[in-house]
Design a protein around this ligand. Sequence first.
Ligand code: NAD
Length: 432
Amino acid sequence: MKIAIIGTGYVGLPTGVGLAELGNDVVCIDKNIDKIKLLQSGKVTLYEDGLEELFVKNIQQGRLNFTSSMQEGVSRADVVIIAVGTPPHSVTKEADMQYIHAAAEELALYLDGYTVVATKSTVPVGTGDVVESIIRKNNPAADFDVISLPEFLREGFAVYDFFNPDRIVVGANTEKARDIIKELYKPFEGKTNILFVNRRSSETIKYASNAFLAIKIHYINEMANFCEKSGADIREVAQGMGLDTRIGNRFLNPGPGYGGSCFPKDTMAMAYMAQQNGVDMTLINAAITGNAKRKKQMAQRVLDAVKDISNPKIAVLGLAFKDGTDDCRESPAMEIVDALLENNADITAYDPQAMKNAKLLVGDKIKYADDMYEAVKEADVVAILTEWKDFKNFDFVKASALMKHKNIVDCRNLLCPETAKNNGFKYQGIGK
Ligand code: NAD
């Protein structure tokens, strides 16, 4: 099938690569010309495990191409997938739809023959209707259907999730569009649930899912706070809860709060939509406020650990919003770094993938190390802020020889408290 993907970000690029790997003829379009030039020259523009290998393979086999020309990509396509950003509006915090609207206006001009226009971006309920009317207005003769095709990939696992989705949700209001999407996802038939629903339900499923997961994270963080006061251990509590299949064991790791480009903005957008519809959603609002507080609490915990030291040196391990990605958008680690900087902290940070993106946010206000041991040199405390697997192998003996004070604040419960203590470290994890 001939596919055009608009937007080559964390969703568009892995989706394009995945669809090409399934044998489709894919053209990825982006208005960012520098990005397109890099992609055309064979350079992958973001880090995702396993992406580069498939990217190179599919370019070589001629199934994956890149362009900044909407016409070149769209006019030949059976399916056009919109994967542009929907960031929070600076004032209202609802989803900012300017990129979706611009993409719809532009693509409308080049539709040629029956085309399915699929919105993969996370969009407010009713967006399908809006996109449909924009296209109709800009090209009254066009033959098309607009469907909702929400994306559920996890950053860091985008390639794995593309080939092993928990479910594929399709919001299509016509049989013709449903048949084309059934054909596109034929390789997944019998392997995963493919759920066909109406367009508005599909748009809602995405927000309802992300808000639920954000609430689950907020819940376990509150429970961790309770464990710290009550003498229980959150690791044991989470394990005991997770064995209940109604609860499930995922998203029960306490930490410095949820972050990334999705949960913060999607919870706010959902809260806004609820308010607009006159529906009281107290749980989502509690998660939003609680999560903001959480990051401040964690920053304070790091500051408290060095409160008796003048001009303390803080080693930060992890800047990405979670492991497996170089994405620092809304990263709790970055917000904690900001809070530490407000207190004039002297910070040296290390992250295996995200330092380039972190530099775009904090520049030279912090120092960057080439590895975790360079970061901990002369440090008075180590703050572990992202759950990178590499950090689990923290060598306490090596670090002992490098650090000024043997003190760890582990906001991800990555290290073994007993091993830390046996090596003479002061150790604070979460929820115990
Ligand atoms: P992103 O910011 O990484 O990428 C968006 C890309 O779209 C950019 O490269 C931008 O230049 C391009 N773009 C914007 N307007 C364009 C236009 N008119 N024509 C061509 N290109 C255009 O965004 P992302 O993280 O990939 O997210 C995209 C959407 O997917 C958002 O709605 C997001 O909420 C949703 N989503 C993201 C994730 C995730 O993990 N990142 C997961 C599920 C859903």
